[in-house]
Write a protein that binds this ligand. Structure first.
Ligand SMILES: *Cc1c(COP(=O)(O)O)cnc(C)c1O
Length: 369
């Protein structure tokens, strides 16, 4: 007998979790392993934040605040946006999921890029919807063709800025065109998980676009520059109509109380986040220089990670990096065979990584094994 699991699920590949740090240390007999695979802030938590969070642990026998009031008040002041235009989720992943829950069903579609962050498609499929995917053009989202792909069944257009896994950006002109041409009955979601990593002069202050426009929602997160990936909290800003709908489908306690507290404190560290942004952007220059010297190609990034060319021997290089204690994401898993995606780490680790990586690259291609 087999159970009557929904058809679309049997068509999905199985989720393969990465090996844990402990497993890798044991397997390769190495003491230090650097996880540079998931774009966390590898400088760690802002100073003092861990202590503040730990003071609240005694309260966890209570259910969390279902309405996330404290964090919404703080975000409302931080951005000068009404609380009725803010929704909080268990990571921005969950907000993507709840957007699809609210907007897409059988016969509906979302429009997005290919490759891109996989959660958009997954969330649409889960609701019986479809995902229309427009290939990237020169590693960038092709806003013209994305607009062309929108049809009468499209409910949501997903953009990612900066984009994952390429790190490329969307320009002001491109965004203006999308906002101008997209039918106002279609929700435009801009996933800005890496917003705070974008160099200041290149940042699009998208919150300025929210006024007088109810079909735009921005997604931001505490997982990346604020260092709270393990607690799971992100938020959406914008469309009051979408926020109302999401609040109806949302489970009552979707954001845990420690995450809510930590996020409230984390917003006090916006200045610290700017420093991290500057550090990471200086470190990217260190990567560019080392890669240029070795004639290794890469994509210029506006985020805290880099897509680096490995050539055909991607998997051998990934394995050799692991042996040396560096975990990176193989591009094959991200729709970019022949590349790896590497999270910018601390200065010391980046230096070691670059030495090891360029050494492996030279060895593998020189020997022509
Ligand atoms: C990391 C990331 C997110 C954020 O996920 P959380 O659920 O908030 O941790 C969202 N979108 C993209 C493109 C990301 O890379």
């Amino acid at each position: 007998m087999s159970l009557k699991i929904k058809n679309w699920i049997s068509g999905l590949p199985e989720y393969v979790a990465g090996r844990t740090l402990e497993e890798i240390k044991k397997e390769y007999g190495i003491a230090e392993v650097y996880k540079m695979a998931s774009n966390e802030n590898l400088y760690g938590l802002p100073p003092g934040l861990a202590e503040r969070i730990s003071e609240d642990i005694g309260d966890i026998y209570y259910y969390p605040d279902s309405s996330c009031l404290e964090i919404k008040e703080k975000l409302s002041r931080f951005y000068g946006i009404g609380q009725d235009k803010i929704v909080v989720g268990c990571g921005s992943d969950q907000i993507i999921e709840m957007i699809c829950d609210s907007f897409t069903g059988p016969g509906d579609n979302i429009v997005t890029s290919d490759p891109t962050f996989p959660i958009y498609e997954k969330s649409a499929l889960k609701c019986g919807g479809e995902s229309r995917k427009v290939p990237l053009k020169g590693f960038r989202q092709d806003t013209g063709r994305l607009l062309e792909a929108v049809d009468e069944n499209t409910k949501v257009l997903f953009l990612t800025n900066p984009h994952n896994p390429t790190g490329t950006n969307i320009t002001r002109d491109e965004l203006d065109t999308v906002l101008d041409r997209l039918d106002r009955s279609i929700l435009l979601v801009i996933d800005e998980a890496y917003f705070e990593y974008c160099p200041r002069e290149d940042r699009l202050e998208t919150t300025d676009f929210l006024a007088g426009r109810d079909n735009l929602m921005l997604l931001r997160t505490f997982s990346k520059i604020y260092g709270l990936a393990g607690l799971r909290i992100g938020y959406g800003l914008g469309s009051g109509e979408a926020v109302d709908a999401i609040n109806k489908v949302r489970l009552p306690f979707n954001v845990n109380s420690m995450a809510q507290k930590a996020a409230v404190y984390a917003l006090d560290y916006a200045g610290h986040a700017e420093e991290i942004c500057e550090k990471v952007n200086r470190q990217k220059q260190v990567y560019y220089n080392a890669l240029d010297e070795n004639n290794i190609e890469y994509v210029r990034s506006y985020a805290n990670f880099l897509l680096i060319s490995t050539g055909k021997r991607e998997m051998e290089i990934v394995e050799e990096l692991l042996r040396n204690g560096f975990i990176v994401r193989p591009g094959t898993n991200l729709g970019f065979p022949g590349y790896i995606r590497v999270t910018i780490a601390t200065d010391e680790v980046n230096k070691r990584f670059l030495d090891v990586f360029t050494g492996i690259y030279r060895d593998i291609y020189k020997q022509g094994r």
